[in-house]
Design a protein around this ligand. Structure first.
Ligand code: SF4
Length: 450
């Protein structure tokens, strides 16, 4: 049977799909990248905000159209949209052969294997869907924070850490397979272990991961400000292969709105953390996510946010419009912000950040940056890479105009030009290899397969 798995949404969903692919591979099926070549389509959906829901429904309807055209025989839907709306979806789109939740990958395989009569249902190895030089490591599932706008706790369930030994084994196996950048994800990575070990064990986990020699870059995403410790700042500043990159979604800066959002933290605390990170981790790339148009957001709140962005100068910033989700407390909050006001505020913040990003990138001209080369762009006639400050899919890129570079390798690049969301440069002709990498791991134990 030829099966295609399409993933929508966040890296956590991607990891789920990769385990599903690994489980399916063990069932003697042929995995195909092109849905047009598949007999069975599996859609791993996203469903936490309006835009994501619409994208997932469009993808389901496209798959159903392929089934109606005879291009494929079966369509299965899994992930957060069907976790959240299985009943409605079954009623509205009966052409789908099965709707599964986001913790049902075993059931999906069982359903498929029953058809194949292979009776295998163990989820084993992951099949990476990212380029072979980077991969995500999902350290926990679910969330128990009370953020009043967020549907994720209702979709993904309670906070559940994965056992440390499993994570270390998985990270080592990823490294052995050629992964050089490991991106650590969770709903909130700062409380790793709390549920499983009765105490937060993020630092012991990071300590174990940084000892995996081949993993040159480790990027920590989704840190929750209320739990961001001074020890974590120290750890990042002391460990070269934990990248000088901090992703800390704060959502807003107005104390009044942060209380209404139930974000367990306030302006003063957020500013203290940022000051601590900037002090201990010079040159850090600070990324955050901000929400515009939360119920009750006044012009004054918005101006406070503009001033804060102007003062803090985030290197990377994600801006989102509030999405009114029916099963969240904020859904019933009064004082909705009119859509046109939301869009005006969003545009103003985007313009402000674009200017800040341009200025910051201009300051990098003349510097040397470590860049991971990812692909060759024929249109740009240049290699495309990412610097330490660029997470895949969400941040900037570096264009490197060179004759011949190796994809998946690290180079030192002299920055010669900059735009708001990209840098341009030339390599110093030096590919980074074991000899060029400083690390707290003694050199003689390196095995840099590259
Ligand atoms: S911490 Fe993030 S995932 Fe958890 S409830 Fe808040 S916004 Fe949602």
């Amino acid at each position: 049977m030829k099966i295609n798995v399409t993933t929508l949404g966040c890296p956590k969903n991607l990891v789920d799909s990769e385990f599903l692919l690994g489980g399916l591979k063990g069932c003697d099926v042929q995995l195909v990248d092109d849905p047009l070549l598949a007999e069975t389509l599996i859609l791993n959906t996203c469903g936490f905000i309006q835009g994501a829901k619409e994208e997932s429904i469009d993808a389901i309807l496209e798959a159903v159209a392929l089934k109606k055209s005879g291009s494929c025989k079966r369509v299965f839907v899994t992930g957060c949209l069907s976790q959240r709306y299985a009943t409605e979806l079954r009623r509205e789109i009966p052409e789908v052969d099965g709707f599964f939740g986001n913790r049902d990958m075993n059931r999906v395989i069982r359903q498929l294997t029953r058809e194949l009569d292979l009776r295998r249902e163990i989820l084993g190895e992951r099949i990476l869907t990212t380029p072979s030089h980077y991969a995500y490591l999902k350290i926990s599932e679910g969330c128990e924070h009370p953020c009043t706008f967020c549907s994720i706790p209702g979709i993904r369930g309670k906070f559940k850490s994965r056992p440390m030994e499993d994570l270390i084994r998985e990270a080592q196996s990823l490294a052995d397979s050629g992964v050089r950048e490991l991106i650590i994800v969770a709903q909130d990575s700062t409380v790793y272990g709390q549920d499983l070990y009765g105490e937060i064990r993020l630092l012991p986990l990071l300590r174990a991961l940084v000892s995996i020699r081949e993993l040159k870059w480790m990027r920590l995403l989704y840190t929750y400000p209320a739990n961001f410790s001074a020890e974590l700042i120290d750890f990042i500043s002391e460990h070269r292969n934990i990248l000088n990159y901090v992703d800390m979604p704060i959502q807003h800066i107005s104390d009044r709105l942060l209380r209404k959002m139930a974000r367990k933290t306030g302006r003063r605390h957020i500013e203290d953390i940022i000051a601590g990170i900037r002090h201990k981790c010079p040159g850090v790339t600070l990324r955050t996510t901000l929400m515009v148009g939360f119920p009750g957001e006044t012009e004054q709140d918005h101006e406070e946010l503009c001033e804060f962005i102007g003062d803090t100068r985030f290197e990377r910033l994600g801006l989102f419009a509030y999405s009114s989700e029916e099963d969240t407390p904020a859904f019933n909050f009064p004082e909705r912000v009119p859509e046109n006001i939301v869009q005006e505020r969003l545009a103003e913040l985007n313009d402000l950040q674009c200017q800040i990003s341009e200025e910051m990138n201009q300051e990098l001209i003349g510097t040397e940056q470590e860049v991971l080369i990812e692909e060759y762009d024929t249109e740009e006639e240049a290699y495309v890479g990412r610097s330490v400050g660029d997470c895949p899919q969400i941040d900037n890129r570096v264009l490197v105009r060179e004759q011949k570079l190796e994809i998946g390798r690290f180079y030192l690049v002299n920055i010669t030009g900059a735009g708001p969301y990209e840098l341009v440069g030339k390599t110093s002709g030096q590919m980074l290899s074991p000899q060029n990498i400083e690390s707290e791991v003694p050199h003689e134990r390196y095995s840099f397969a590259g």
